[in-house]
Write a protein that binds this ligand. Sequence first.
Ligand SMILES: Cc1cc2nc3c(=O)[nH]c(=O)nc-3n(C[C@H](O)[C@H](O)[C@H](O)COP(=O)(O)OP(=O)(O)OC[C@H]3O[C@@H](n4cnc5c(N)ncnc54)[C@H](O)[C@@H]3O)c2cc1C
Length: 613
Amino acid sequence: MEIGAGSSGCVLANRLSKNSKVLLLEAGDDPLAIQSIPAGALFMINMPEWDWSYQTVPQSTAGFGMQDRKINWPRGKSVGGSSNLNYMFYLRGNRLDYDLWGNITKDDTWTFENVLPSFKKSIVYNGRFVENSKEINTTYLVYGSAPRRREHYGESTYGNMYVESRPYAPLRDEFIDGGKELGYDEIDANADQRTGFGDIEANIRNGARWGSYSAFIQPILDRTNLKIAKFSHVTKIKIDKNGRAVGVHYIQHGVAKFASAKREIILSAGAVDSPKLLMLSGIGPKDHLESLGVKVESEHVGKHLQDHTAVFLMPNTIDQPKSLYPFRDFTIDQLWNFMINGKGVFTNPSAAGAQAFFSSSLVNQTGVDWPDLQLYMFGSGHHETVVEDFARIQGFNATVLDQILSPVVGRDGFYIVVTLVRPHGRGEILIRDRNPFSHPLINPRYLEHPKDMKILIEGMKLAVKLVETTPFQKLGARHHKVPFKQCDHHEWKSDGYWECFIRHFAFSLYHPTSTCSMGKVVDSRLRVIGVNGLRVADASIMPIIVNANTNTPTVMIAEKAADFIREYWTAQYQVSEKELFYTKKNEEHCFYTSRQNFKILQILMLHAYIDDT
Ligand SMILES: Cc1cc2nc3c(=O)[nH]c(=O)nc-3n(C[C@H](O)[C@H](O)[C@H](O)COP(=O)(O)OP(=O)(O)OC[C@H]3O[C@@H](n4cnc5c(N)ncnc54)[C@H](O)[C@@H]3O)c2cc1C
C-alpha cells in the first residue's frame, strides 16, 4: 500500500505493480491536461484543487518583502504530485552529496557510484552524445550546450522519464557565453558537477511536460493489480499493539474509510506531509505529541528540514525583444508551434534554460570544488502584470515589490536567480493540531545562519558581473538602481545593501527535504525505525539536501526503494519472474493512445481559444 502519488509514489507504483498488488492512495485527482503544457503550470500554482498551497510561519530573518513575512510553499496535489507543478529541471546533484549520504548511513548503497545506475534506470535520454558528431555540429551551435557522454546516461531501455534539451530558453547563449568570458568552463552538470556553466535539460517529451504521471502511471493504467484511489486523504496510519503498521484511515469524498495492508505500507507524501502523517499517527517527538499520545517515540520526525533559498537579481533590462514577454509572445502561432512541433514559448514554464554552479569562498577554503551556489538565467521580461503575478506565485508583498519592478514595466529583461544549494541552516515541521486537514507549522528558519547570508551575497555580486559581460552588453543589458526605501540607507550594491535586499526578497525554490531523514527516522533501507511494515520513500528521507533541484534525486530514491522492497519480498515469497505480465509493447501502446487523446484535447482547447477571441 502506498500513500501519495507524487514524483516518487508514481515510480514505486510502476515498479511494484509489475508483480504485486498495489493500492495507491492519493489526496488529489488526475492531473489537468493543461499541466502537460509547461507554460500552463504557472496557472496551477495556488489553485487549491492542484496545490496544497502551504506557507511557512512568519520568518524572523527573511521574508521582509513578503505578505506577513510568510513564504509560499506550493506542493502538487494530484497524481504526479509536485512533478505536475514543477519547472522540470533535470539535475542529479554532486558526486560528493551522495558519498556523504553513504557516509552518514554507513551503507554504500547510497554512494554516488551506487546511485548512478538508479538515475540511469528511470530515464530515456534524448541528448546529444559526443560520438554523434553530426548532431553536435548542429545542436551544439543551436543550444550552446556541452555534448554529453553516453556512459553518464546509459541506453535507457528500462526508462520512462524523458529528458531533453529545452527547445525554448531565452538568453541561454548569452548566459553561457558570459560565463566563459569570466573564465569559467562549460560543463555537463549531470556528468561532472563542478564550478561551470551549462544548459538545463528538462523532463519534457516533444516539448510537453513529462512528469511522474506521464512517465510512470499513464503507461500502466490498464494493470488490473494497480488500484489508484484518487481523492483519498490519508488521515492516520494504524499501528497495532505489536508495533506493526497494519492499515490506514482515509477520507474519500467525505466518507471515512479504512484499508488494511497485507505486506507493507510505503509513505511517499513528500517532505511536508510524510512527517505530518507520521506525527498524526503517533510517531514523532515525545514532547510535541503528548496531547495525541505517543505510539513510537522518534525525536527526529519533522526536524532537519532543509531547502534551497533563492533570490532574484533584479531589475535588469535589455534593449532587444529577446526575452519572454507573455503579452507579446503567447500567440496563436506559438500555440500552434507547440501543438504541431513541440517547440516555442509554451514549452518552458519559467523561461529558464541555463544555469551555473559556483563554490563560494567558504567552500574554496576547503580546496574541494563542491558548489554551494547555483545561478539560473530566467529570461523573462517585465510585462504589465508582473508584480501581481510574482505576488501570487511567490507571495511577495506587491507594494514592496512594486518599487523594484514598476520602473522597468513594459520592457524586455531578465532575472538571475541566485540560489543557496548547500544551506547551513536547518528548520522543522510540526503539526498545528490533531486535525488532519490543518496545514502544518513549517519553519525553515531561512537565513538565520550567518554563513548562508555570506554565500548569497557572493552570488549576487557574481550575477552583477555576468550582466556586465560582452554577450549581455551587446543586448544593452543593464542592472538598474531603483529607489527602494527599505534598503536605501545602505550604499547600492554594498554588502549591507545586498543583505537587506536578500532578507526582503529571498524565496523558496520549493525543494524541501530531510524531515524523515535517513539514519535518524528511517534506516538505510528506508524502514521507519521502531515500526514494522512501514517505509518512507520520498524527498523527506534525504539525510542532507543535494546541491541541485530535487525531483530527479527523489525519483532515484523511489527506484532504490522499489529495489529494496522487491528484494525483501522476493526472498520472503520466492516471487517468480514469470509473474511479470507487464510488457514494453503494452507501454508503447498506452503512450500512443494517451498522446492521441492529448492531441484531441489540444485541438479542443484551440477551438475554445479562437471562439473566445
Ligand atoms: C513549483 C515547483 C517547482 C519545482 N521545480 C523543480 C524543478 O524544476 N526541478 C526539480 O528537480 N525539482 C523541482 N521542484 C521540486 C520537486 O518537484 C520535488 O522535490 C519533488 O516533486 C518531490 O517529490 P515527492 O515525491 O517527495 O513529493 P510530491 O511530488 O509532492 O508528492 C507527494 C504526493 O502525496 C500526496 N499526499 C500528501 N499528503 C497526502 C495524504 N495525507 N493522503 C494522500 N495523499 C497525500 C500529494 O497530493 C502528492 O501527490 C519543484 C517543486 C515545485 C513545487
